[in-house]
Design a protein around this ligand. Structure first.
Ligand SMILES: [Zn+2]
Length: 84
């Protein structure tokens, strides 16, 4: 009788460890994909992709631009003679 109870306890603890392990792995992968950062093609600083513009160059190359650099480019384009 005690042996079966011990075996059951062992089985339950194994299951618990397995479930917790799977959950941890899932959480880890989700965090990794959620916190993925892209580097700006101009200033090379990492940003959250949701705050950036992505452009395809050629067939496969993806370039990311941060808000600041896009703003600066627009200013350079419309401003003409910059104040350097
Ligand atoms: Zn930038």
């Amino acid at each position: 009788m005690t042996v079966t109870i011990l075996a059951l306890l062992l089985l339950v603890s194994f299951l618990l460890v397995a479930v917790v392990g799977i959950r941890l792995i899932q959480k880890k992968t989700r965090e990794q994909s959620g916190n993925r950062l892209e580097r700006c093609a101009i200033c090379r600083r990492p940003f959250d992709p949701s705050a950036m513009i992505m452009r395809e160059v050629g067939d496969y190359r993806l370039l990311w631009f941060c808000r600041e650099c896009v703003k600066k480019l627009a200013e350079d384009l419309s401003g003409g003679h910059g104040e350097e």
